[in-house]
Ligand binder design. Sequence first.
Ligand SMILES: [Zn+2]
Length: 291
Amino acid sequence: MKRWTHWLGVKSPHAADYVPSAPAQTGDLCIQYLGTAGFVISQDGHHVVLDPYVTRPDLTTSLTQPLVPNAALIQRLIPQANDVLIGHAHHDHILDGPDLCKQTGARLIGSSSTVQVGIAAGLPPEQLVSTEGREDIASGSWTVRGFPSRHGKIFGRIPFPGDLHAPPPWPARMHQLRHGLVLNWLVDTGKLKVMHIDSADFIDEELQGHRCDIVCLCAIGRQARPNYVRDVVRYLKPRWVIPCHWDTMITPIESVPDLLPGVDLPGFIEEIKAAGATPLLTPILGHQRFS
Ligand SMILES: [Zn+2]
């Protein structure tokens, strides 16, 4: 496993700096970071994708236009998916999910608001799974489970709150995608447990006692909630933490990313270490492997 501590102090991790680790062995768990809160978790030909958002429209498009998923880019960067899990239905978490499901036949799994987005995008019922969390859902031989959570505040406010009770227009404008129920996803491969926390807040009682091995953790949470890192590590006791949601998400995915204003990656890394876990800072499109 490669550690990316040499990036600390530089502007942001970039795929061009990435040195691949050893080739995957049978049974290895591979986690690829897709930027924003996106990940692909793979093992022995099974692929669970979380919050895919590789289209990354620029700022002007994001603010003024309907957001059109880049189907060719999705196909090239995420060629395989068995299930697609959505943490919440904001555009930067859900935009590419329905197209990825269309291309791969994967199920789109998330809140009732997530399912409304899937319907809007034209997914058939057999590819849509709605959950309110607290239930185990089989994904091949793995189990996935949503933990009810809450969205973080940005500048003191939760952006685009509320649920979707009907399919939004598709393609949708940013403000038409309400976050709906927020879910922290636990992916249990039978070998390792991976928790995905895609927003800047969570519900203490939901996470307490659910020990896991790896947490994919939203780096802006540290600014939004006191003791964010310390409490996540205290509740979940992970060995490793992979930072996510640290970039502006408006640069093309294969360009050098910019850090989100207010994100202090070195500070985030230090807090992870101080809490007793090992940070695995991963560039966009980079991988971590666990054998
Ligand atoms: Zn959000």
